[in-house]
Design a protein around this ligand. Structure first.
Ligand SMILES: [Zn+2]
Ligand SMILES: [Zn+2]
Length: 87
């Protein structure tokens, strides 16, 4: 990581390619693309696990963080916020 003359570190999201400038490089930047459906681009709904799942389903749904209901079957996302690596 190097900081340019004006004090900004530059980083690119490895998932969506969006470029970020960080004035305070000590603080990590997280890209918000994980919240958006990769299929239709709409913001996904936080996934609430079923209240009465079997143990197996509970383990499975724990990893699902967001869901897009625009699709049939719904698109389940397990993506976590992407930390933008600064250069
Ligand atoms: Zn991104
Ligand atoms: Zn979608």
């Amino acid at each position: 990581m190097s900081v340019s003359k004006n004090g900004y570190a530059k980083g690119k999201c490895g998932r969506c390619g969006k470029t970020y400038f960080n004035r305070r490089p000590a603080f990590p930047i997280y890209c918000d693309c994980w919240r958006y459906c990769p299929l239709c681009g709409k913001e996904m709904t936080p996934h609430t696990p079923d209240l009465t799942p079997s143990v197996h389903d509970a383990q499975k749904s724990l990893r699902v963080i967001r869901v897009c209901l625009n699709h049939s079957p719904p698109y389940y996302s397990k993506d976590l916020p992407v930390e933008v690596k600064l250069k």
